[in-house]
Design a protein. Structure first.
Length: 589
């Protein structure tokens, strides 16, 4: 091979790896996190885990991505190690799909059907469809499908370029003698493991091996150790990912490693013993792309079949490697832990957005509890209850800091338009939730000041305030429920109630001013009441914002500042009817 041949080989390799990366990333993006959520929830048995792992990995074309996701699940406490083992086994089977697709380039035949099955025939069609969808598609789903087709086309063109570049090496004795050295099992294992560990993809390294097979220098006997080594090498990705994780995450990576090492040892031992006894006729035959795909599949199915009954044993082996500590046994998820925001989930933005939403829903419940608790203090103050409000507000602040930082990280990833919108909505949402908790502390401090100074509102003022508090509790419950349950219909009832709350706020202040003028109330109490009413009104405003954000997720064309006007203009009768209904419910005595 001359200098230009080497350049062609490198160019083909770059196209191949780039195409695989584009196709895999587009497949993950198109799934929108749904495949990861399936993995998270549907793993009740090892066999079901195997089927799910194989299915998900066949779709996203990366066992490394699946395993890294599992490391994140175990690290965050979402999944137990025992449930992850079956998925790891299935992921190894699912990744063989790539090798079978690449083996299509070896199809021979002169008929139209056989020629159309060759990648050189159908890949240009996929590339054409892909570029049309990518350039002319108006929604993210079509563009993702276009990227998948283009990625596959680039991958196959790269494969063809590599095969064409190395084909002349078949006539080079030095290259052929070099390949024969890999018939040594240890050298073959080492070569396969190192290659895969470097490029971080067993699918890619198997593809490279398939491209080299056109030289005719590989036999079935020589590629078996290499392919087994490639399966061991792919464990490097999970091992690297587990660094910085907890001991559960590290055990998950070790299970992946032990599964492939034990499977390789058993497979090679049986192969060489049987070959020594009965002498397999295929061992010295030249292997092609389909043969490599077959060996890859046979090994992974074999390993799964023999080790599936011993999932508990693999789990125990991982625990022997990293024994459970006393701290682990006693540990509970503390309030300042945020396990769902694992950095590994950033690799699959669709799933990471869902995790962020789950955390935001928890934050919403905490903010609501803080505000409801604070309002109760006006009627019946207690030091323990006041401390609870402050504790909740501190926890909400931590959620805001952690979740906000994670969302900013997530926003820098390759997000679809909808995912980007969801991240923006969540950032706005947690800001309003944090402000609601701040107002809860303000109300708590005002109640505390009244308690310490032994001041009380008049019975009439308290009657009015209770009505106001009921309306605020109602709008708070509506907005939080609309957000946590994705209830767009409920979200649309918030704005009419917010208008009623505004009216109550003005009426209460006017009535208290009259009592103040008649000498029925002190200036100090008047200021306290005004501050409490203002905090309630601000909470109502933030609830209105939450509802608008929720409605915008359903209809992105709605602008927040135009929302109220559009409600009043487009559905004035319905809006007025709701305002009237809520006004009757919360009429001041």
């Amino acid at each position: 091979m001359d200098f230009f041949g080497i350049l062609s080989l490198l160019g083909g390799l770059c196209l191949f790896l780039y195409g695989m990366n584009v196709m895999g990333a587009s497949l993950e993006r198109a799934s929108g996190g749904r495949l990861e959520r399936i993995l998270e929830r549907l793993t009740s048995s090892p066999l079901k885990g195997v089927l799910l792992g194989a299915g998900v990995t066949a779709v996203i074309q990366s066992s490394s991505a699946t395993t890294v996701m599992l490391v994140g699940f175990v690290n965050s406490g979402i999944m137990k190690l025992s449930r992850a083992i079956g998925i790891i086994m299935g992921a190894n089977i699912g990744t063989t799909m790539t090798a079978w697709i690449l083996s299509l380039s070896g199809i021979e035949g002169d008929s139209f059907v056989m020629r159309m099955l060759k990648p050189t025939s159908f890949t240009p069609i996929l590339a054409l469809v892909g570029i049309i969808l990518l350039m002319m598609g108006k929604d993210d789903r079509k563009k993702d499908v276009g990227s998948i087709f283009l990625g596959f086309a680039v991958l196959m063109f790269g494969m063809e370029a590599m095969s064409a570049a190395v084909e002349p090496l078949a006539d080079v004795p030095e290259f052929t003698s070099l390949l024969t050295k890999f018939s040594n099992p240890l050298l073959g294992l080492l070569a396969g493991a190192v290659l895969t560990a470097v490029i971080q993809s067993s699918s890619a390294s198997v593809g490279i091996l398939q491209a080299l097979s056109v030289t005719g220098g590989f036999t079935f006997g020589s590629v078996i150790p290499i392919i087994l080594g490639q399966n061991i090498g792919t464990c490097a990705t999970a091992l690297i990912s587990s660094v910085g994780g907890n001991r559960g995450a590290k055990r998950t990576a070790f299970v992946h490693l032990y599964f492939n090492i034990i499977g390789s040892i058993v497979f090679l031992t049986l192969y060489y013993i049987l070959n020594g006894i009965i002498h397999f006729g295929f061992a010295d035959q030249v292997v092609d792309e389909a043969g490599i795909a077959l060996v890859h599949s046979c090994f992974n199915v074999f390993s799964t079949l023999i080790l599936l009954p011993f999932t508990r044993g693999l789990e125990k082996l991982a625990y022997l490697t990293l024994p459970e500590t006393e701290e682990e046994r006693e540990a509970q998820v503390r309030e300042d832990d945020f396990p769902l925001l694992d950095s590994r989930f950033l690799a699959t933005p669709g799933f990471a957005v869902e995790q962020c939403r789950t955390m935001a829903c928890k934050m919403a419940e905490l903010s609501k509890e803080a505000m409801l608790q604070a309002m109760n203090l006006i009627d019946a103050y207690g030091d323990r209850e006041a401390a609870r409000v402050e504790k909740l507000e501190n926890l909400v602040d931590k959620y805001d800091d952690k979740l906000g930082a994670y969302l900013v990280q997530l926003n820098s990833k390759d997000l679809s338009y909808q995912e980007s919108q969801n991240v923006s909505t969540l950032l706005h949402t947690i800001s309003d939730l944090e402000r609601i908790a701040d107002h809860a502390v303000n109300v708590m401090e005002l109640a505390q000041a009244m308690h310490k100074s032994k001041q009380k509102f008049s019975s009439k003022a308290m009657e009015e305030l209770r009505v106001y508090q009921s309306a605020v509790a109602d709008i708070l419950n509506r907005s939080v429920k609309a957000f946590t349950e994705n209830d767009y219909g409920l979200a649309r009832t918030v704005e009419p109630l917010e208008e009623v709350v505004d009216g109550i706020n003005k009426d209460i202040k006017k009535r208290h001013l009259k009592r103040l003028q008649k000498g029925k109330c002190t200036i100090e109490l008047g200021l306290l009441l005004s501050d409490i009413a203002t905090n309630y009104e601000r909470v109502s405003d933030h609830c209105s914002n939450l509802a608008v954000y929720q409605i915008q997720t359903e209809d992105s064309s709605i602008e927040a500042h135009d929302y109220v006007n559009s409600l009043k203009d487009d559905t004035k009768k319905q809006f007025d009817s709701l305002v009237e209904e809520y006004a009757e419910m919360y009429t001041l005595p």
